[in-house]
Design a protein around this ligand. Structure first.
Ligand SMILES: Nc1nc2c(ncn2[C@@H]2O[C@H](COP(=O)(O)OP(=O)(O)OP(=O)(O)O)[C@@H](O)[C@H]2O)c(=O)[nH]1
Ligand SMILES: [Mg+2]
Length: 299
């Protein structure tokens, strides 16, 4: 009897809101694109106060990401470089469902938010090489694959500020190329995502992503802002770390550096048991909904 009394109330109270997004992750070699995707799919040691309840793979490529996280990242190894494939149909298309609690007046409401994303991360060679080619079939194929995307995550290793000018040329090419084939009914969203922000010089400014982007990558920043001023799309800025930090009072990067140079940082995860990435869902939420969810920038 109790059961039948309770059941309708529970069903009435729980609401679901669905959003979806087609995403492309673009950036230089070793920017941290695939590690970001694997950390997102694995979603380790979730914080109880986080709005994110669950991340689940919705296809084989999504499951593959979890295996990459378990077999490589958690074993203290790096993920292999993503190969540049000649047939765009071979690029992995990760389908993931992200389940979040919806916020209402700074409190969690009883609405569940489902974000269903299809996301491809291109080899860094697309950004550093193919984008600069003229009249190449490969470039045309990649751009055609890019056009349907509602959101682009432009991913940059936060330590590579010396490459600002070089990257800005790539960003220019991308913006011009995207404008050429735009049949999108809605405005395109570009999220500039700074990676590896558990590192000390980035961590202190993790809550000021726009400031950090403008200070460290002024040329890219200006290009993106002028593009936004044209009214063809919108830009937002994010800080992330696939590895995160450990410790409460005094945080320490949960990464071990293997190499650091002009081209960026190569690292591995230090302590798999205390692995908690930072800021991964925030850009995806914005791309799917057009709004920022401030609490997602806190963890
Ligand atoms: N410190 C630190 N290192 C990271 C982070 N994310 C990725 N890395 C390291 O950055 C290097 C490159 O990572 P990948 O994910 O392979 O980079 P990618 O952008 O997919 O590179 P390509 O596939 O070559 O285009 C590796 O050494 C990673 O372990 C992070 O959040 N912090
Ligand atoms: Mg990769």
């Amino acid at each position: 009897m109790f059961k039948s009394l309770l059941k309708p109330r529970i069903n009435q109270n729980l609401k679901a809101e669905n959003h979806s997004g087609v995403l492309r992750v673009i950036g230089d070699r070793a920017a941290g694109k695939t590690t970001y995707m694997a950390a997102l799919a694995r979603w380790p040691n979730a914080n109880f106060s986080s709005p994110v309840e669950l991340v689940t793979p919705a296809n084989k490529d999504g499951e593959y990401l979890i295996k990459q996280a378990q077999n490589l990242i958690e074993q203290g190894l790096q993920i292999d470089q993503t190969r540049l494939v000649n047939d765009v149909l071979e690029i992995k298309d990760y389908s993931l469902r992200l389940v979040l609690k919806k916020e209402d007046n700074f409190r969690f409401s009883n609405t569940v938010l489902n974000l269903d994303i299809n996301c491809k991360d291109y080899s860094g060679e697309f950004f550093s090489d193919v984008l600069h080619q003229t009249d190449s079939q490969l470039l045309r194929d990649y751009l055609n694959d890019c056009f349907p995307a509602t959101g682009i995550m432009l991913m940059i290793d936060g330590t590579t500020h010396r490459k600002d000018g070089e990257y800005a040329r790539g960003v220019d090419k991308l913006l011009v190329a995207l404008a050429g084939g735009d049949g999108l009914s809605q405005k395109r969203r570009i999220a500039l995502v700074l990676t590896k922000c558990e590192l000390a010089d980035l961590w202190v400014n993790r809550h000021r992503p726009k400031f950090l982007a403008a200070a460290r990558f002024p040329t890219i920043f200006k290009r993106l802002e002028s593009w936004q001023d044209l009214g063809v799309g919108t830009v937002e800025y994010f800080t992330t770390s696939a590895f995160g930090v450990t410790g409460n009072k005094y945080s320490k990067p949960n990464s071990q550096q293997i190499y650091r140079g002009r081209g960026g940082v190569a690292s591995v995860l230090e302590d798999a048991k205390r692995w908690r990435p930072f800021g991964l869902v925030s850009p995806i939420y914005w791309i799917c909904t057009g709004k920022r969810y401030l609490q997602l920038d806190q963890d």
